[in-house]
Design a protein around this ligand. Sequence first.
Ligand SMILES: *Cc1c(COP(=O)(O)O)cnc(C)c1O
Length: 419
Amino acid sequence: MNGTVDPMVAQADSEFLMHTYGRLPVEFVSGRGATLTDSRGQNYLDFLGGIGAVSLGHCHPAIVAALQNQAAKLWQVGNYYYVQNRNELACDVAELLSYTTDAEGHVTGSTGSAWKVFFANSGAEANEGAIKIARKWGEKTLGGATGIITAQRSFHGRTLATLSATGQAAFHRTFLPMPAGFDAVPLNDLGALRQMIEHPTKLLGAGPCAVMLECVQGEGGVWPATTEYLQGVQELCRQHGLMLIVDEVQTGFYRCGAPFCYQLAGIEPDIVSMAKGIGGGFPMGAVAGRGEAGELLQPGDHGSTFGGNALASAVGRATVETLVNDDIGEHVIQVGQHLAEGLERLPHVVEVRGHGLLRGAQLDSPVASEAVDLGLERGLVLNHIGDSILRFLPPLVVSQKQVDQMLQTLEEILVDLAG
Ligand SMILES: *Cc1c(COP(=O)(O)O)cnc(C)c1O
């Protein structure tokens, strides 16, 4: 049977690791594309993709080669020195950020905007950088208004400031006091945002300097912001001189079909954070600023020992260039549509949300976690959020055939569970 783990492995995990995660009973030992193999030699179709990080699939030859090649040359010298791969990766990222797309994600052109990039090691760290840029903006141009308006049900990371930005009180409770200067409004309610900007709450201190949001709330349950909302947010930010920060940690690098999800709505933020997909599973993050937002941080303002080191940059560069050269965006648009249509036809699925290969299926009964357990037994790596949402984040190279295989097994599971 799939989904059983050596008791010694489970015992050592429990003895030596902090219990920050509940684990599913499986130990994966290898992977290729969208498939994983466990310690007993059983194969699985991976629809979680290392929580959205394994953009090119497991062990894609292009990034394995880039890693092996760089690993034998140079890893880390510190950010006092030039690194060619870091320049190239920043250039690639800046180009992707400037693209325009249609509402499906097909690239239509470029805004010609100038973006500058800072490399970090994770999504939370990328968001910390975004917050610091916005606060410097508030200090410089808004008379010290440095509050940041975020969205309820958002997720921005596990460091204290990004937790404070995360609009889910349950995550805060144990770790009070939260860093000050954040308050959250409901997503897709432009009136509530206007009210918060024009009459800021005490939580925002001297007033707002930025609005920070995800175009699709991934961790919150796959809740997309509407195009009208995103355009309205951009308009409000411009009217009031606020920075618009878009957290693309989960949605970036073609996850939603377009290079970045904001492009689907035809907007252009001031600050973009990214991480998950950039290194194909190698830990890396980045924050980018457009125009003046890219010039605000100066020597002494920010840093990272490892951020953008030679090894990470080599892998990131190979990942991003392969995503572009293999036209992964077009593949994501097609297969993502196929996935959404297939999910809509499943029994007990009442709503399918999201874009591209970030999809959420809302179930009519609270069996999502049982579905994940049964999936593992039947060779599927699935993910649930809460009781009744399944989230799908497969490697972007997943094939239509693999999607069909997953859908067939999931259908059997849902019938077994919910009748
Ligand atoms: C995963 C995620 C983060 C946190 O990223 P880490 O690399 O875990 O720090 C932040 N924002 C969003 C939208 C995410 O999905």
